[in-house]
Design a protein around this ligand. Structure first.
Ligand code: B12
Length: 422
């Protein structure tokens, strides 16, 4: 009996080892193909000034220096002036400002020389973080979200500028109180992961003394991230795993190429789950064992310049098979409105909504964001982030893990659009 168990065990080890070896050989090719997809996304004007994409390109092992240079210059004009207008309109921009700063620092840009509306970038970040912090005591959350608050802390810390202790203490407190990564919020794991990277940076800040509360918060994050692992290896879902792996790596936990989470990332990459440039930008550093903390030591000298984009593959044939979709709009008041429409199989939900709109029984509006079009208004009703409302998307009762621009309809289904509070 014991011999049999030993024999079975040996086979399992062999099979396990082999599987990992196999995926390890195509690991590099997968990374290269994701890297090229990111570079190619810059040909699309809507992604030309995406700081998260730029950051991932800069953290990568392989580079196309000319394209990255172009991306830096787009950011320095387009994103820069968008940020200036938002700041003039007093709109909160903590997350975007933080990503801009990280992207510039990853290009070894002199941050001291960058000014927005005549004031230094770091000055603005500090003041955004103060406003976020001041919102917490009365509303139990920052002005935007703990995700953006964490990004802000991370960016300030990575730039080598000491944080107001009250700013980071509020994040530590929220983690200890279970205000982050708790309940049914789909974005819990992403937020915990970002908080982990930010607090690890704080822990490593020169001159930072032993801090029991900080240590405890980091331990809570580690445990929650580990506990979020699904049977398929993903932590949270396919789109939070990249950040979760980055966070564990930043906290000094070994996540080997053969680990279940890396394997899960590779499987999702192979099956084309990561086509949105934002998703790739969060996954690619993790697959290369890099984290946003590497920005601190980015040297920008003697870099590789080997990435070359082949000509674009011809577009696939469009499908003339039609599928039928029901679109139900559930507002807090009144009865749900139900419409149906036939669309070519494989159309995006955005396309389906556009077609429905042309029929005249349904209207909608979107706002652009780093992830693509965010559904903001349906049948004349606005779900405003400022009011903590949003339009949630579901397919046959299951919450979608993609937005209207990415989700493809390949079978008949009922799409529900529900006004929700977050
Ligand atoms: C916070 C958050 C939210 C909040 C945003 C409001 C707030 N409190 O700030 C709320 C709850 C509204 C939300 C909603 C949704 N979200 Co969300 N969200 C996030 C989170 C955690 C942080 C985003 C952020 O602040 N980024 C930083 C700033 C600087 O970037 P930004 O682009 O300016 O941020 C804005 C947009 O990203 C927008 N936004 C938030 N989520 C989504 C999702 C999509 C598809 C789009 C287009 C825009 C968008 O709101 C942000 C704040 O204004 C991310 C996690 C991540 N890994 O990025 C998930 C994340 C982006 N969301 C996701 C999803 C799926 C959704 C929903 C589609 C869920 C659903 N089925 O309804 C909806 C959007 C529906 C719609 N109306 O179009 C996925 C996207 C995956 C993908 N492949 O597209 C992520 C990655 C979470 C995950 N791991 O699954 N979300």
């Amino acid at each position: 009996m014991s011999f049999l168990l030993f024999f079975l065990g040996a086979i399992l080890v062999l099979v396990g080892g082999k599987q990992c070896e196999l995926s390890s050989t195509d690991h590099k090719e997968l990374m290269l193909s994701l890297n090229k997809k990111l570079l190619r996304s810059l040909e699309d004007p809507s992604h030309q000034s995406n700081p998260s994409v730029h950051l991932a390109l800069r953290l990568s092992t392989h580079h196309s220096q000319a394209t990255e240079c172009k991306s830096l210059s787009y950011m320095k004009t387009k994103l820069h002036s968008d940020l200036e207008s938002s700041l003039s309109d007093l709109k909160p921009v903590t997350g975007l400002l933080a990503l801009y700063l990280l992207a510039l620092k990853a290009s070894c840009y002199d941050l001291g020389a960058v000014k927005l509306n005549d004031k230094n970038l770091i000055h603005h970040l500090k003041s955004q973080l103060e406003q976020e912090k001041d919102h917490i005591p009365t509303k139990s959350r920052p002005l935007t979200s703990y995700y953006q608050y964490s990004l802000g802390i991370l960016a300030q810390c990575v730039s080598g500028v000491r944080l107001n202790p009250h700013v980071r203490n509020k994040l530590i407190h929220a983690i200890k109180q279970g205000h982050i990564g708790h309940g049914e919020n789909h974005e819990g794991v992403d937020t915990l992961a970002m908080a982990g990277i930010a607090l690890q940076c704080v822990k490593e800040f020169p001159g930072q003394e032993e801090d029991a509360a900080l240590k405890e918060a980091l331990n809570i994050i580690k445990e929650k991230l580990r506990g979020s692992q699904r049977a398929d290896g993903h932590m949270g879902n396919e789109f939070s795993t990249g950040l979760a792996v980055q966070s564990l790596l930043a906290m000094g936990i070994q996540v080997s190429e053969c680990s279940a989470s890396m394997e899960a990332l590779r499987n999702s990459a192979r099956t084309g789950v990561y086509h949105n440039p934002m998703a790739i930008s969060q996954v690619l550093p993790a697959l290369q064992q890099r984290t946003y903390l590497h920005v601190k030591t980015q040297g920008c000298t003697k870099e590789d310049d080997s990435l070359v984009l082949e000509s674009r593959p011809p577009p696939g044939e469009s499908d003339d098979v039609m599928v039928s979709v029901e679109v139900e709009v559930v507002n807090s008041e009144g009865r749900p409105a139900l419409n149906s429409i036939d669309i070519p199989k494989g159309s995006t939900l955005l396309k389906a909504l556009e077609l429905l709109q042309t029929k005249g029984e349904f209207t909608f509006e979107t706002e652009s964001s780093l992830w693509g079009p965010f559904l903001s208004m349906v049948n004349g009703v606005q779900a405003r982030q400022i009011d903590r409302d949003y339009w949630q998307l579901l397919s046959d009762g299951t919450v979608l893990t993609e937005g209207i621009g990415d989700f493809k309809i390949v079978k008949p289904q009922k799409i529900s659009i529900k006004k929700m509070r977050f």
